[in-house]
Design a binder for this molecule. Structure first.
Ligand SMILES: [Zn+2]
Ligand SMILES: [Zn+2]
Length: 83
């Protein structure tokens, strides 16, 4: 059916459904027409040269922000869950 399906192998076509920015992390949610879901996200580095960190990490009440700002290793993920 799909022009993007070749030799029986389905190639996901990700459509952005939502993007969430938290104080020290961000996450984007995608879906494919086959029903699979994908979550891509990461934590901000806390690097003062990183514009997004300067912009978002202003909540001094957040422990994780403080950790990252003092050099903790930011996590990132890219997860696909099939229907
Ligand atoms: Zn798919
Ligand atoms: Zn935070």
């Amino acid at each position: 059916m799909s022009v993007l399906t070749t030799q029986g192998e389905h190639i996901h076509v990700w459509e952005l459904k939502a993007h969430i920015d938290g104080c020290h992390s961000w996450e984007s949610f995608y879906t494919c027409r086959c029903g699979a879901k994908r979550s891509v996200g990461g934590e901000r580095s806390g690097d003062a040269n990183d514009f997004s960190s300067v912009f978002w990490m202003t909540d001094s009440d957040c422990e994780r922000c403080q950790d990252l700002l003092s050099g903790a290793q930011p996590k990132s993920w890219d997860e696909i869950s099939c229907a």
